[in-house]
Design a protein around this ligand. Structure first.
Ligand SMILES: [Zn+2]
Length: 344
């Protein structure tokens, strides 16, 4: 006789459904970090003041998100992908790695000027690695916060190489101010850097391959310059991409519920919902990720209920047939979906 507990699924195939999943954050300390991951997003920081990244949903080698609570507590994301792919991923079942890496970043200093390879370029460096197309949604920024997003029009590989060697690479860069709410889409091959004062949510391919073009002349914690990858960076740069500016959101409407679509790419779709509102997610035979950036709300799915507050990240499995969201006035919620999703 099998025991069935309503609202939970215990192993094996053919169970009922998998509930929304909340993971333990994987915190990364890097010298450009700060403390806002704790003070603004509720992450459990130690006494140090260099918390740079909170990996919220990660399936990258030993960097594994583990389920924080419920029947799957302690389970690494990769086990769920391998064992319960149908329930978790729906139509994407069969892949051996969760396709997206979801983070919050707190930049208190300039990050290195960098570029990520596309899939084909990445696999030349490491056959198990992916390219890295990413997108940022700014949560908090200082008044003078800037980013580098792409190159000035007409800048060529020779310009960049000469400028890096002459110590004046800034002349090649498209530098812009950003403010809370800005979303910047950064496909693989786009030269980029985040500047001081920026706290953001990041959605990217499951990859950790970065080539550093320039490090602003700084020294690493060991007193030596961090290694640069000028040739690899230039080889991976898309010199046709030109300057990149924050996206212009597309207004969407589903049965009277108005929201925005920020990014629709070959790797992910990002939408944004604003409170006060109530709406329902219906399964599109795919997973969805929710990130609460501001304000408060609740997510309810059968017997599961979670509070949405800044820094909350929830993975809704494909097998979760519906979930109800309620957002209070002023709340901002990101919804991340696999590509090729129809409006629902
Ligand atoms: Zn990057």
């Amino acid at each position: 006789m099998s025991i069935l507990r309503v609202g939970h699924k215990f192993g094996g195939r053919g169970g009922i459904f998998m509930q929304p999943l909340i993971f333990e954050p994987v915190l990364k300390r890097i010298r450009w970090g700060g403390t806002r991951l704790g003070s603004m997003l509720g992450k459990p920081l130690g006494p140090e003041s260099d918390y740079a990244e909170s990996w919220e949903i990660a399936d990258h080698g030993t960097d594994q998100s583990r389920v924080a609570e419920g029947p799957y507590r302690g389970m690494p994301l990769n086990h769920l992908v391998q064992r319960d792919g149908e329930e978790l991923l729906g139509r994407q079942n069969g892949i051996d790695q969760f396709p997206l890496l979801i983070k919050y970043l707190d930049a208190q200093d300039w990050l290195s000027l960098q570029v990520h390879p596309n899939d084909a370029q990445a696999r030349k460096f490491d056959p198990h690695e992916n390219g890295k197309t990413e997108a940022w949604v700014v949560i908090d920024a200082a008044e003078d916060s800037r980013i580098c997003a792409g190159l000035k029009p007409g800048v060529t590989a020779a310009h960049v190489r000469d400028a890096v060697q002459a110590g004046c690479v800034e002349e090649c860069l498209h530098l812009i101010g950003v403010q809370p709410g800005d979303c910047v889409f950064v496909p693989a091959g786009t030269v980029h850097a985040l500047g001081p004062g920026i706290l953001l949510a990041e959605v990217q391919q499951q990859s950790n391959l970065t080539f550093r073009l320039h490090d602003w002349g700084r020294l690493g914690t060991d007193g030596k310059p961090r290694s640069l990858h000028l040739n690899e960076s230039i080889a991976c740069t898309d010199f046709n991409r030109g300057p990149v500016n924050p996206v212009i959101p597309t207004a969407m409407n589903d049965n009277g519920h108005a929201f925005e679509e920020l990014v629709r790419s070959e790797y992910f779709v990002i939408r944004r919902h604003f409170g006060a509102c109530q709406f329902e997610f219906r399964s599109g035979n795919c997973f969805r990720i929710l990130m609460c950036l501001k304000g408060k709300g609740t997510l309810t799915s059968d017997s599961f209920q979670a509070v949405l507050r800044p820094g909350a990240t929830i993975l809704i499995p494909s097998a979760c047939r519906h979930a109800d969201v309620s957002l209070q006035d002023g709340a901002v919620l990101l919804e991340v979906l696999p590509p090729d999703i129809a409006v629902m």
